[in-house]
Design a protein around this ligand. Structure first.
Ligand SMILES: [Zn+2]
Length: 332
């Protein structure tokens, strides 16, 4: 056989592979587009909700807890209305499906936080029902200082210290308590202790909540599990200094790769980093930017490339933690 015929034969054999590979690349793109759309929908919904909350709390007396409740209820309504519209959910079943993808909304208030979350309860007919409901307000509890002061923080400068030895409760600004809690002489130290308390309180609540949520999901034999999303240090700092809302969304249908997860902070739009994709190539784990030209032109078209090894990471840290190496071409 002539060399040209061989080349044609090779091309004929390769053609379907190349076609499949280009289809795969297109699928990856479509999948990313879909995820971006979900992110935008959730971000918009939380911004609408935060705006509603601000409107309702303005002009209302701050101390009245019913007003606070009303503004939160209206915020929840706005949040889900926005999602229903985006997903064109009109029937109760469709709405419930959307709601199930946002198991938790978290409200940060000055002196504590409240979850509006899916929970299981027995209805009037004695049947177990799962729907969203309000959880009791919880406080920002910090670590015990100097082995005697049990600390409670707020989103501001006010702190509560319970002295376990003298059994006395102190309330005041951190500067006022600095006379017997020397850490508070340093504003930055106070801020670190405060942020750590807010963050760990919320994380603990979320972890407890998730353990329960997973249990119901298991009992109902649903393939739903809730994971606490990794939140950037900078996002946490932004979230934990102001009253607002946090939404945890997950499980919207995707085309491929790992399940959809996203969190959004009310008020400030999160500037998301471009997601990264990881894959196995020539028996090594790599990660790339999603617009890597080398990946598009060389790796994804290589017949030895296994497209089912593709997964996504939110950042390089996450990729590295999972044993993936940065691509030398797009330098993610
Ligand atoms: Zn690359």
């Amino acid at each position: 056989m002539k060399l040209t015929s061989l080349a044609i034969l090779a091309a004929l054999i390769m053609c379907p592979f190349l076609f499949i590979m280009s289809q795969q690349t297109r699928l990856v793109r479509e999948d990313l587009k879909l995820r971006d759309y979900y992110d935008t929908v959730v971000d918009n919904a939380i911004m609408d909700a935060a705006q509603t909350m601000t409107q309702y709390s303005q002009g209302l007396s701050y101390s009245a807890s019913t007003d606070l409740e009303l503004s939160r209820t209206m915020a929840v309504q706005t949040f889900f209305d926005s999602l229903y519209v985006a997903f064109n959910a009109q029937s109760d079943v469709q709405k419930a499906r959307v709601e199930a993808c946002v198991p938790v909304l978290l409200f940060l208030q000055h002196d504590g936080y409240t979850l509006y979350a899916l929970h299981a309860f027995k209805n009037a007919d004695g049947q177990t029902q799962i729907s969203h409901g309000w959880f009791p307000q919880a406080h920002y509890v910090g670590e015990t200082l100097l082995d005697r002061y049990v600390m409670r923080y707020t989103l501001g400068d006010t702190v509560y210290a319970y002295d376990r030895i003298d059994q006395k409760l102190y309330e005041g600004t951190y500067q006022e308590l600095a006379s017997f809690i020397p850490f508070f002489n340093d504003a930055r130290m106070f801020e670190n202790l405060r942020l750590a308390a807010v963050r760990s309180s919320i994380e603990n609540s979320m972890e407890n909540y998730m353990a329960q949520y997973d249990q119901w999901a298991f009992q109902r034999s649903l393939s739903i599990s809730f994971h606490f999303p990794a939140i950037d240090e900078a996002d946490w700092r932004r979230a934990l200094t102001d009253e607002g809302m946090l939404a945890f969304a997950q499980g919207f249908p995707v085309l491929m790769g790992r399940r959809y997860e996203h969190y959004a902070l009310g008020g400030a739009r999160i500037i998301r980093k471009e997601p990264l994709m990881g894959y196995s190539y020539q028996s090594r784990l790599w990660y790339c930017r999603t617009d890597c030209e080398y990946f598009d032109s060389v790796i994804s078209t290589d017949p030895t490339f296994l497209s089912d090894t593709l997964i996504y990471f939110t950042d390089a840290y996450e990729a590295a933690q999972n044993g993936y190496y940065p691509c030398t071409h797009c330098r993610p």
